[in-house]
Ligand binder design. Structure first.
Ligand code: FES
Length: 136
């Protein structure tokens, strides 16, 4: 374990959370996403989400963030969890489910999970609105 990982562990992050932060597997832009949405939460941090659909199925997801470590970890966990799901299944992913996937987070970083989930739900809502026949 290197110095950064040890520091993160001391701060209260799980091994899974540390791995999500270090590897940044789902971090980055996506060319020609089916859905692209960015949301700034009350803390001032922003998450941008990119989703590629095949029909109604999420075949790829990525994110960017201008935010804290919790935003990186929550964004990574969320994008990992929604891959392979339908839009409706993705909408049903709760903050608790994301929390379970990550394991331990410092209590003051739990709101970062909320920012990630809110970004996803707003993205899907906007997409559905734009693609519905009557645009409502
Ligand atoms: Fe704003 Fe973490 S996302 S404090």
């Amino acid at each position: 374990m290197n110095a950064i990982e040890e520091l993160l562990k001391k701060q209260g992050y799980s091994d899974k959370g540390i791995s999500l932060y270090i590897n940044k597997e789902y971090f980055g832009e996506m060319k020609d996403p089916s859905i692209n949405y960015s949301y700034t939460g009350p803390c001032g941090d922003t998450i941008e989400i990119f989703i590629k659909l095949l029909g109604n199925k999420i075949i790829d997801a990525k994110f960017l963030t201008i935010g804290c470590m919790g935003a990186f970890i929550a964004g990574s966990a969320l994008t990992s969890l929604i891959k392979g799901k339908s839009l409706e299944e993705a909408e049903m992913i709760s903050e608790n489910k994301i929390k379970e996937y990550i394991g331990k987070m410092p209590p003051e970083k739990i709101d970062c999970i909320c920012l990630a989930r809110r970004t996803l739900n707003k993205a899907i809502k906007k997409y559905k609105c734009e693609t519905s026949k009557d645009g409502i």
